[in-house]
Design a protein around this ligand. Structure first.
Ligand code: DPP
Ligand code: ZN
Length: 874
């Protein structure tokens, strides 16, 4: 595919005001009739429509059938050179949903006999349904009629409000939908098939009565109650926190097992990967329950941040995604644990985004070029995009941010907007110029923030010097300074937060926490009236997505890990200690005993203190993963990283064994089927204790065996199974077999069983994965299966994937090539596992490169995979 550039953006030459679609649905052959009212804004521009994988049956303009010499249809384009607007274009095409394994456009979920039809149009799937101006700045009103066999497709759904339904006489029926809100084609959706549903009524703050309907196949409908509860909470929360109400008579949600992404925010008809919708304690873990809450919220919130205000072009993808991920984070933080969500987001940022930023696939949050947009649904666009919005929230304050967002929605409602529009609205509402923040969107790479402090006893002040530096990334050799908000507190020896008054400020303005803005390469901030050497707590709440390098001495970090009033920063200080220990272990030396003791004492005190949020204690027990620990390293030897990490992790467990036993026992009494945040937090800690004990000493195996046998919820059963597997207990294989039998036929639970084995940090996981690829429950055509098995192995098992004999690389490259012929988007995602190849030691580097070149040498690669491979090797 040719490269597209942001700078080449042109407003559409033609526009579509109204769309009328009629579908005659059938899994083998569906006929789509479209009637488009087109306007011509540029008299010189020929009419060119996007069209892919369509069999064109007829084309008319203003009622007249066009002859074959009046248009041309190439692989991805339908051109009508002589057309002059305004005009009405009618087309009739045939498509084959059941042969559509790319899962873009109209496709079949499940089997031909039992499955149902559905669509996925973001980013460029609509052109596989009908010829169209398939770009996000063409907003049209849709009227959609679905016709199908009633027995085979009893439920018919499309975007908008229902506008009639009836029989056709030949066993077929029809249903019509009108969506009053103009929308881009990527938000189009339809669903047809045998689905069950649950339903509630929601009354919005504006008094609109809305039917909330969740649809799923018969065996799954009993697991939709949690999602319904989450949906109601999300709708209420968006009204209360951001003043956003729902705007149609019905809101439909559909679950499918065959989906390339997490979920999709189609207007009024969200479609979900079942993994983010179905949840009950027997078949979903506590984490799954929280993910359902977050993703249901995320897709619902898109109704404003994405649908009512959409993106001008795909370069602006972060406009809707960064903002919506941020809104989702705030939603979960308000409803469950703010500290836990923040820790998890930062862990994800480190593992997925920092590593992306450090390799050949690095790109700005708003890319300035792409050849395949599907490859830009990345951690950078989503997670770093959300971090930028979070920083703006920190700088503007809660009320200022709300004012800004209100103005953004008011100004751009019903339109397609840009990042510049977003910054202008937030700035104008607050009387500030936010244009310097554009640099965060334009510049790739993770900034390094160096902080060094100095106490001056004579002048009773504390000087904090902050410096920033961003290393070059592909195509961006020189980096600018970014505005970096650094939230800070200073603690005295007794752990009290000191009033923070910068030199020259009034005494009565002093707050105990404040945000410094570093907007140049370096700056020194001088705090007055500081009598003793303070302990600085920096980047509180992770106030900016940077790599913090601080000279804070270990005892001060240990003090923060015990007493910081910000839960996130307690964990963050513990992590800083872990990283110092890890660096020593990796260098081959014995970790410093005093440092090690200081760290284990901090974790131990969190474990003993009933006043500490158990979720935070659990996180302090769980050290950073190998990928995050290797952040910033060159010539990585994954085996050495694993050994160094394991040494620290096991050392912690051994040092705390008696405390772990005590706390594990004390937490024993939980309601097994409750999923409220407090119970989840205690269960999390109990399972973190179990995992640590099993690492410390095989003598604790009976605890895990007993838990496995007794477990009444999936969280506990999986945790016990993981512990048994991790310690290679004699009963691990029996437990694995029991688990598979117990959950046979339950695809989502078996995916966890696949993942657990694929991510076991043991080189032999490679053989295990190879064997599981032929397991009857594994299907190459199902993205969830792929992500659970070869995907989990490639992306979350660095020790086995990077096996020094290259077998891990070969296994994954073979899988990618096989997948590319089926579901190119999934193949491309797996291929990112090879992206960081230049950061590994020479032997692995050569092996990875060989696999990249082998894949690139294959004929007929999809544009998706070719793009990832090409950029990786560039
Ligand atoms: N737009 C989807 C989302 O919610 C992704 N397909 O992120
Ligand atoms: Zn989204």
């Amino acid at each position: 595919k040719p490269t597209r550039f942001l700078r080449d953006y042109r407003a559409p030459a033609w526009r579509i005001d109204d769309v009328e679609l009629v579908f005659d649905l059938d899994a083998a052959a569906t006929i789509v009739q479209a009637r488009l009212s087109l306007r011509q804004d540029d008299a010189a521009a020929p009419l060119e429509l996007d069209a892919e994988a369509l069999e064109l049956l007829e084309l008319r303009i203003d009622g007249r059938v066009l002859g074959a010499d009046e248009f041309s249809l190439a692989a991805d384009r339908l051109v009508v050179p002589g057309a002059r607007g305004p005009l009405v274009l009618e087309s009739r095409v045939r498509i084959a949903p059941e042969r559509n394994t790319a899962l873009q456009g109209l496709y079949l979920s499940g089997t031909r006999e039992q499955g149902f039809l559905l669509t996925q149009c973001e980013a460029e799937g609509f052109r596989r349904i009908t010829p169209f101006l398939d770009r996000s700045d063409v907003l049209a009103r849709y009227r959609v009629t679905l016709r199908a066999d009633r027995a085979r497709y009893p439920v018919l759904l499309a975007n908008g409000n229902a506008d009639g339904a009836g029989e056709l006489g030949d066993g077929r029926h029809w249903a019509r939908f009108v969506d009053p809100h103009p929308k881009p084609s990527y938000l189009f959706a339809l669903v047809a098939g045998r689905l069950e549903s649950i339903e509630r009524t929601f009354v919005t703050a504006e008094g609109r009565r809305v039917r909330l309907v969740i649809h799923a196949e018969a065996d799954a409908i009993g697991r939709c109650g949690w999602a319904m509860q989450c949906l109601e909470q999300a709708m209420r929360w968006d009204e209360e926190r951001f003043g956003r109400c729902y705007d149609l008579d019905a809101f439909h949600v559909v679950a499918t097992h065959d989906f390339t992404m997490g979920a999709m925010e189609n207007k009024g008809l969200n479609i979900f990967n079942a993994k983010y919708l179905l949840a009950d304690p027997a078949s979903a873990t506590d984490d799954d329950h929280r993910h359902v809450l977050a993703v249901v919220g995320h897709e619902y919130f898109h109704n404003w941040s994405g649908n009512r205000v959409t993106c001008r072009d795909w370069f602006q993808l972060c406009l809707k995604e960064g903002l919506t991920v941020y809104r989702e984070q705030e939603f979960e933080s308000d409803l469950a644990s703010r500290t836990l969500r923040r820790i998890e987001d930062v862990r994800l940022l480190w593992r997925a985004q920092f590593s992306e930023d450090a390799g050949p696939l690095a790109h700005p949050v708003r890319p300035d070029r792409y050849s395949e947009i599907n490859n830009f649904y990345t951690a950078t666009v989503y997670e770093k995009g959300a971090e930028i919005v979070r920083m703006l929230g920190v700088v503007l304050g809660r009320d200022g941010f709300r004012r800004g967002l209100d103005l953004y929605f008011a100004r751009h409602d019903g339109h397609a907007a840009t990042i510049e529009d977003f910054l202008a609205a937030l700035g104008d509402a607050n009387g500030v110029d936010l244009s310097p923040w554009l640099a965060w969107y334009e510049q790739a790479g993770t900034p390094e923030l160096r902080a060094s402090g100095r106490h001056d006893a004579r002048r009773r002040c504390y000087e904090l010097t902050l410096e920033q530096h961003t290393a070059p990334t592909p195509g961006q050799p020189h980096k600018r300074a970014l505005p970096i908000p650094v939230a800070i507190a200073l603690f005295d020896a007794a752990g009290r937060a000191l009033p923070l008054r910068l030199d020259g400020e009034d005494a009565d303005t002093a707050a105990h926490e404040r945000v410094l803005l570093l907007d140049r390469d370096a700056a020194t901030f001088r705090f007055a009236d500081i009598d003793e050497e303070p302990t600085p707590s920096l980047l509180r709440g992770f106030s900016a997505p940077v790599r913090l390098v601080q000279d804070t001495p270990p005892p001060a970090l240990a003090a923060l890990a015990r007493h910081d009033s910000d839960g996130f920063n307690r964990w963050f200080a513990g992590d800083a200690l872990v990283r110092r220990l890890f660096a020593q272990a990796l260098a081959g030396s014995e970790p410093d005993a005093a440092l090690f003791a200081a760290w284990t004492a901090c974790v131990g005190s969190a474990l003993d203190d009933p006043g500490v949020d158990p979720a935070l204690a659990a996180e302090m027990l769980t050290i950073a993963d190998a990928t995050s620990l290797a952040d910033g390293l060159a010539d990585i030897d994954p085996e050495a990283v694993h050994q160094a990490r394991a040494r620290i992790e096991t050392g912690l467990a051994v040092a705390l064994a008696s405390k772990l036993v005590r706390r594990h026992a004390a937490l024993g009494d939980l309601d097994d089927l409750a999923v409220d945040p407090a119970t989840q937090a205690r269960r999390r800690l109990r399972n973190a204790c179990l995992a640590a004990l099993c690492r410390a000493d095989a003598a604790h195996a009976p605890l895990a065996r007993a838990q496995y046998a007794r477990a009444r919820n999936l969280t506990d059963r999986l945790a016990a199974l993981g512990a048994l597997l991790g310690m290679r207990d004699t009963e691990a294989d029996a437990a694995l077999a029991d688990f598979a039998e117990r959950h046979a036929g339950d695809a989502l639970v078996l995916d966890k069983w696949f993942s657990l084995q694929a991510t076991e940090a043991d080189p032999r996981a490679c053989e295990r994965v190879a064997a599981l690829l032929v397991h009857p429950a594994f299907r190459w055509s199902n993205p969830n299966n792929v992500y659970a098995l070869p995907g989990a192995f490639a992306l979350r098992n660095p020790r086995a994937f990077h096996r020094v004999d290259g077998d891990g690389y070969r296994l994954v490259a073979d899988a990618i090539l096989r997948l590319d012929a089926l579901t190119p988007q999934v193949a491309a995602r797996l291929a990112t596992a090879f992206g960081a190849w230049r950061r590994y030691e020479p032997l692995r580097r050569a092996l990875m490169r060989r696999e990249l070149e082998r894949m690139l040498g294959r004929e007929r690669l999809s544009p998706d995979l070719a793009d990832i491979l090409g950029r990786s090797l560039a």
